[in-house]
Design a protein around this ligand. Structure first.
Ligand SMILES: [Zn+2]
Length: 283
């Protein structure tokens, strides 16, 4: 059984000049299609879904195009693009799928930039947080993007149903996540830490949580940890297979939401390796 890829070509419609541009997911989607993955289309998240996480004033401003920072432009209709990406995360949570949608989400806090970060880091709505709240289950969120999931931490800090485990490069944007805070377990890692240290650290983090407490695992799946990418931890294709395997061994229903990863070709191959590692080790 192959994990379904949640994707709509509508997400390619903005931001061609930006590093978080359409090409990354377009090329990745073509690679995954060639490899035989089944694709399903998401519907936009409803405003009620967004309100599970975000302040109404923030949503109004986003809708009017009034929210902009140097990393995160107020593109025409960005509210609709962001709503469809959030809908992708929701559908992934319902079918155990992988949402290959953009914009990403884990830096978006309740009302914008989170935990004192200077920008929203290419994010508009916190897709994974919206999906987790809507699912309503006790959830372990694994954030394996190379940047700290500061928006996700802000949203779930102190939430008894949720534990967030984030591994990330430091020093780097957003300049948060240096230490564990309650239910948000943080492991800053040096640039180009390498696959062994990453896996060892993931195991260490997972040893701190009681897996029987969780009904679901939600993965903020970023691939900018790849060697040479924006938040490199020096990972290569084979490491993503091992990370996927480790998640399969948790034996909990899991779903996956794309965050970073800025080379489309690497992204497509890394996602395939990750999902193969996951599927080949499911019990
Ligand atoms: Zn990132």
């Amino acid at each position: 059984m192959k994990t379904k890829i949640v994707f709509s070509e509508k997400c390619l419609g903005y931001g061609t000049w930006h590093i978080e541009g359409p090409q990354r997911v377009k090329v990745a989607s073509e690679i995954l299609k060639e490899k035989g993955y089944e694709f399903v289309r998401p519907n936009p998240a409803s405003e009620d879904d967004l309100l599970l996480v975000h302040d109404i004033e923030y949503l109004w401003n986003l809708k009017k195009g009034l929210v902009e920072d140097p990393d995160t432009p107020a593109y025409d209709n960005i509210y609709e693009y962001a709503r469809l990406s959030a809908g992708g995360a929701i559908l992934a949570s319902q079918i155990g799928g992988f949402s290959l949608m953009r914009p990403p989400g884990h830096h978006a806090g309740k009302s914008g930039a989170a935990l004192g970060a200077s920008t929203r880091g290419f994010c508009y709505l916190n897709n994974i947080a919206i999906a987790v709240r809507k699912l309503g289950k006790k959830t372990l969120i694994l954030d394996i993007d190379g940047h700290h999931g500061n928006g996700t931490q802000e949203i779930f800090q102190g939430d008894k149903k949720i534990t967030l485990l984030s591994l990330h490069q430091t020093p780097n944007y957003p300049g948060t996540g240096f230490a564990t805070e309650g239910n948000c377990i943080n492991f800053p890692l040096p640039s180009n830490a390498g696959g062994k240290l990453f896996l060892d650290t993931l195991n260490k983090g997972l040893s701190l949580v009681n897996l029987s407490d969780f009904e679901a695992v939600a993965v903020s799946c970023g691939f900018d940890t790849h060697l040479g990418d924006l938040a490199t931890l020096g990972l290569v294709e084979a490491d993503y297979w091992k990370i996927g395997k480790r998640i399969a061994l948790l034996s909990r229903p899991a779903f996956f939401v794309l965050e970073g990863g800025y080379s489309g070709e690497k992204l497509g191959i890394d996602i395939d390796r990750f999902l193969k590692g996951y599927e080949e080790n499911l019990k």
